[in-house]
Design a protein around this ligand. Structure first.
Ligand code: SAM
Length: 444
């Protein structure tokens, strides 16, 4: 790791007092790495049996584990392709533990890319309610979309909208809002030399100003008695307690609530929490705020588009799945989507995706989407092919090759690895034509 700037270290010394030597000694050590188990798709037993190393629980969420140093290239493993887990710095999971999303709720993840916390929220919602994941940078919003697709999150909206606009339009609509704010990344220093080089007191001050603006917007999206969680991966008091204190003083709409986290240590604000490398994670700050003022929502419900080809989409669905859809199908611009339980009007919010893509209209037929399979379990398919995680067949499938299979029939088949769906193909004559998307394939 590049030596952090002297001014940063002096600030850390003032912040940590007697704990500073432990912090400084840790600066030269390797960073913690971790994963988050996706319970939408996989159990701990399946994952731990399939990985060639032991997963040690991390204290920041019941679904977080440390990766050992010998765990390499985990992103290329079949169960990663299948969305069984998300690679995430362990203490990053603490923000969603504090958010505490419950199935059926409406959750906004305002600064969501690349999607680690959205994936966690998606797991905890269990397919019920709505996860609205927003990211202001278009390229990053696309990565977020691809990650949520891999994780099999069916009840999500992904947008690329300025926070002030999104939160004004959806004022008072959400039960819980997460602001995992862009920050100076002091908790990334062991992982990112770029973060070390970008650090300056001026950068910290400009991050704090931007964070306060985002938090002000986020507050308006929260319903009365709803929860707003503010988190960063930086240690700076200016960006952490400073931003929250200013926000609380100027708005009067929120009060601090308990973080519900035992890991880490008390922050400089009551009931907020901090994690330093000495606490087992790279670094995180989390504060939970509860809205105490009224905030009635005037948001209209979404009105799905009327389609002429819904019958074709239903027919395709019936060919792929053992039972009919439990969600409403929408036809929109030659594409079909399964809609979440709840959805607000989406006009003007630069939505990339609302709900789960089912298929695309082609001349005389509907072509199914990869995402449709990713959100389903093998037992739901009429035809399915299960492959072992160490088999040559799964390696060939992930490279996009055709396979010799016995799926017990002709047509679209879900493909799974160790019982976790990873994609689909089209079976005929003992062969599976590979439909794994080109952009996701492993190199040959
Ligand atoms: N929550 C994400 C996760 O768990 O994968 C990480 C979020 S990252 C710390 C902060 C995000 O905020 C970045 O993706 C960044 O592009 C976005 N961002 C940058 N400037 C922003 C702004 N002015 N308003 C909202 N988001 C912004």
């Amino acid at each position: 790791m590049e030596r952090p700037p002297r001014e940063f270290l002096s600030r850390m010394e003032r912040l940590l007092g007697g704990d500073y030597p432990a912090f400084e000694a840790g600066c030269g050590l390797p960073a913690f790495r971790g994963i988050h188990l996706n319970t939408l798709k996989c159990s701990f037993g399946t994952l731990s049996r399939a990985l060639p190393f032991r997963l040690v629980p991390a204290p920041f969420s019941p679904l977080s584990y440390y990766l050992p140093p010998q765990a390499e290239r985990v992103g290329l493993t079949p169960l990663h392709h299948a969305g069984a887990f998300y690679v995430q710095e362990p203490s990053a999971a603490s923000a969603v533990t504090a958010l505490d999303p419950r199935p059926g709720e409406k959750i906004l993840d305002l600064c969501a890319a690349p999607g680690g916390k959205s994936a966690q929220i998606g797991s905890l919602l269990g397919g019920r309610g709505l996860l609205w994941s927003n990211e202001v940078v278009r390229g990053r919003a696309e990565v977020l979309l691809s990650n949520l697709e891999r994780m099999g999150v069916a009840n999500a909206v992904v947008s690329c909208c300025r926070p002030e606009k999104l939160c004004r339009v959806l004022s008072g609509w959400f039960d819980r809002v997460l602001v995992d704010a862009p920050c100076s990344g002091e908790g990334m220093f062991r992982k990112s030399e770029e973060a070390v080089r970008a650090w300056s007191p001026e950068h910290v001050a400009s991050c704090a100003a931007r964070q306060l603006a985002i938090l002000r917007s986020a507050g308006s999206a929260v319903r009365e008695n709803g929860v707003l969680v503010y988190s960063t991966c930086t240690f700076s008091e200016e960006e952490d307690e400073g931003v929250v204190s200013t926000f609380l003083q100027e708005s009067g709409d929120f009060e601090l609530a308990d973080c519900g986290l035992a890991a880490g240590r008390p922050a400089l604000l009551p009931r907020a929490r901090r994690v330093f490398p000495m606490d087992g994670g790279e670094g995180h700050f989390v504060a939970v705020l509860r809205r105490i003022s009224a905030n009635p929502s005037l948001v209209a419900e979404y009105v799905p588009a009327e389609g002429k080809h819904l019958g074709m989409a239903e027919e395709l669905y019936g060919r792929i799945f053992r039972s009919g859809p439990t969600r409403r199908i929408e036809e929109k611009r030659e594409s079909f989507f399964l809609l979440p339980d709840v959805l607000p009007a989406l006009d003007g919010l630069n939505v990339l995706r609302a709900g789960l893509p089912l298929g695309r209209l082609r001349p005389g037929r509907v072509e199914p989407e990869h995402a449709l399979f990713m959100a389903a379990k093998p037992r739901e398919f009429n035809l399915s092919v299960n492959l072992g995680c160490d088999s040559p067949e799964i390696r060939a499938f992930l490279r996009g090759e055709e396979l010799a299979v016995d799926a017990g029939g002709r047509g679209y088949a879900g493909v799974s690895v160790e019982g976790v769906t990873v994609g689909f193909g089209k079976c005929s004559g003992g062969r599976l034509k590979n439909k794994y998307p080109k952009g996701l394939r492993n190199p040959a």
